[in-house]
Write a protein that binds this ligand. Structure first.
Ligand code: S3P
Length: 172
């Protein structure tokens, strides 16, 4: 039987990396952080790419890093994507074709409380800008096959919930 491939999607600060690590451990799969791959690919930090090359170049790296995962997927994996990865229709279609997209849905107020404004997330602006970005992206997140309310739970508990929901789907 083929191994599960799970793409975690959701807004910045929704816990994709911490939940992803816990979920991968739980399912005995590799964990891949797309931002790490982008940084490796580009030879500089996400912040550096945005500052020196701009968002369009970052998105090109993001697309290349995502599509470049293909050879690793046969063994199964949990992939934490960046908050903007699924705003691109082609990337969404690719993820849907290669695995299960899981949306970690966290209210914007919770995200604002969680995420430090330390410049590490170049698109993490003021409340108005965040709200606009969130509204713009919501329909992309909604294309995920699974949505999990992840705002009030610790990463380990979200991971357990996702694993359970994935198991139920597999048996359905
Ligand atoms: C981005 C989210 C970030 C990172 C980059 C762009 C976005 O990832 O990919 O700063 O466009 O929302 P996280 O969602 O892990 O913060």
């Amino acid at each position: 039987m083929s191994q599960p491939v799970v793409f975690l999607v959701g807004f910045m600060g929704s816990g994709k990396s911490s939940v992803g690590r816990a979920l991968a451990t739980h399912l005995g799969l590799a964990f891949i952080d797309l931002d790490d791959r982008i940084e490796r690919h580009a030879g500089k930090s996400v912040r550096g790419i945005f500052a020196e090359d701009g968002e369009a170049v970052f998105r090109a790296h993001e697309r290349a890093a995502l599509l470049g995962l293909e050879p690793e997927l046969a063994a199964g994996a949990v992939i934490a994507t960046g908050g903007g990865a699924c705003q691109d229709a082609a990337a969404r279609a690719w993820m849907l074709a290669h695995g299960t997209m899981v949306w970690l849905d966290v209210p914007l107020e919770t995200i604002e409380r969680r995420v430090p404004r330390d410049g590490s997330r170049p698109l993490f602006g003021d409340r108005l800008a965040l709200d606009a970005l969130y509204q713009e992206r919501r329909s992309g997140y909604e294309s995920a096959g699974l949505r999990v309310d992840a705002g009030a739970l610790a990463p380990e508990d979200v991971a357990q919930l996702v694993a359970r929901r994935l198991g139920t789907r597999e048996r359905a």
